[in-house]
Design a protein around this ligand. Structure first.
Ligand code: SF4
Ligand code: FE
Length: 483
């Protein structure tokens, strides 16, 4: 396993083609817009190697028997799923933001069972290929971008009906030695700091849409792979200074990027689905469940930080003992624990797939993510309520070096003699960072928009059973009756 520092160093030798603000980025590691996200991803390496957290962050590979980073592990049992959730909460507490590596993890877990089931049906050898790829990934401890979200074009149309056939990643050429893929994936968390990309379909497919049914692994530096790093609210603060960022070490959400596949060749050895359209929906469905499990865990870890920042500010402001402040802080904590309980519950209530992989309870996993989309904004609202309006009007950190006004910033932002104004400013900036538009949108749409979770719930809930329960207790004649 690599440490965080070794992971960061390993990125230096990657010759990826990355663009930001119209320019090619020579070194992602040294770029101020990217480094915080890289530091955050590095925490996934440290959680696995630090003796205090290694019991969560590492696992024994069921394939090689070797100790590996849990972000590359296929959960074999309930304990693995519970530890996955616990690991994410811990990493979320350390970073206060997204650490990015879980999309690739869930891509591995899902591709593992999907390839197994494809082989069962068709006698293909995708599963053996995938196992070889996975063992190599585990042994090298690579960070992998799980690339699922296509541009999608007109949402009322399927991939083959779009005005441009490239709006979903597709195979444009079948060669004797491999395939050639074209298209793009959007909103790719951790993409520019991954060693490789696991490309997967992003939705169910019609039988004639074989060219879109593709799972394959591509090195991040493969010819024709182009990354375009996205902008974020307030991102220029990253190259202007430190304090105003709020979370200068780890950044804000996942440092998302667009990945363009400009006719990229992939050898057969790295192709894990090639035309099996009927397995696309199953893959997406399973992937979504594992990733929705995560949200109740990583975001509750992040919000532990926000609860702490809010409580600290309440204390600095002298309102910590006010009844309504204590009540609101308690409400924040309650919402956070509710989010986390979904992540744990879907892990405890797991089943096993044919290949042996432990599978989260889909209903509870979707509840976990739905609660996150609902409660993260609610917790941020309460944080802003308690923290006060100053978080939206703070002067720039540059004023702290401005000889004309610096002493007044320190003087008028100080609330008590024993607490320097800078403590209040730093905590205020952290609250601003965590309650802004970007993390809230991320909690809304990451792992699927809330409506996607409702669709699964509508499908999963046994409505008739519930009606029968009520009819029996209410004494309605013939409890078995209607549909
Ligand atoms: Fe992991 Fe959470 Fe980031 Fe998704 S949003 S990659 S689950 S930290
Ligand atoms: Fe996410």
């Amino acid at each position: 396993m690599m440490t965080g520092a070794e992971y960061i160093e390993s990125l230096r030798s990657l010759k990826t083609e990355v663009y930001f603000m119209g320019k090619r980025v020579e070194s992602v590691v040294d770029h101020p817009a990217m480094r915080p996200h890289i530091n955050s991803a590095a925490v996934t390496y440290d959680v696995a190697t630090n003796p205090e957290t290694a019991h969560l962050g590492s696992a024994v590979s069921h394939l090689s028997g070797r100790t590996i980073n849990r972000w590359t592990h296929i959960p074999q049992n309930q304990d693995d799923l519970v530890k996955k959730a616990m690991m994410l909460r811990v990493a979320g507490q350390i970073t206060g933001t997204c650490f990015q590596r879980c999309v690739g993890m869930d891509g591995f877990i899902t591709t593992y069972s999907t390839t197994y089931e494809m082989d069962q049906k068709y006698g293909t050898d995708y599963h053996e290929r995938f196992k070889r790829f996975l063992i190599a990934t585990q042994d090298k401890d690579f960070m992998t971008d799980g690339a699922m979200t296509d541009p999608k074009g007109d949402r009322s149309k399927s991939p083959s009906q779009q005005h441009d056939p490239d709006l979903f990643v597709r195979v444009v050429e079948q060669r004797p030695d491999g395939i050639v893929i074209r298209g793009a994936k959007l909103h790719q968390t951790g993409a520019i700091n991954s060693h490789q990309i696991l490309v997967m379909p992003g939705q169910g497919l019609q039988p004639h849409e074989k060219e879109y049914a593709v799972i394959c692994a591509v090195p991040a530096a493969a010819p024709g792979v182009v990354f375009v790093f996205g902008r974020q609210v307030n991102d220029s603060r990253k190259w202007e200074g430190e304090i105003d960022q709020g979370n200068a070490t780890y950044g804000t959400v996942g440092g998302e990027a667009m990945i363009i596949f400009e006719d990229v060749f992939v050898p057969h050895e790295r192709v894990f689905m090639n035309g099996e359209t009927e397995f696309a929906a199953m893959l997406v469905d399973r992937f979504a469940s594992y990733h929705r499990q995560n949200y109740g865990a990583c975001k509750s870890g992040n919000l532990d930080v926000l609860v702490g920042a809010t409580a600290a500010l309440a204390d600095i402001h002298g309102v910590a003992k006010a009844g309504h402040v204590r009540d609101k802080l308690t409400e924040m904590a309650h919402l956070v624990e509710t989010m986390y309980s979904g992540a744990l519950a879907c892990s405890f209530n797991c089943t096993h797939l044919g290949c042996g992989t432990a599978f989260v309870d889909q209903t509870l996993a979707n509840v976990s993510k739905f609660n996150t989309a609902r409660y993260y904004p609610e917790v941020t609202r309460l944080a802003q309520d308690i923290a006060g309006g100053f978080i939206a009007t703070l002067p720039s950190e540059k004023e702290l070096e401005n000889p004309r006004v610096a002493k007044y910033i320190h003087k008028y932002y100080q609330t008590r003699p024993d607490v320097p104004a800078l403590d209040r400013i730093r905590l205020g900036r952290l609250v601003e960072n965590m309650t802004g538009a970007t993390p809230i949108i991320e909690c809304m749409h990451g792992a699927g928009s809330p409506q996607a979770q409702k669709v699964v719930l509508q499908r999963q809930i046994d409505w008739l059973k519930r009606i029968k329960l009520a009819r029996r207790i209410a004494g309605v004649a013939n409890a078995e009756a209607p549909k």
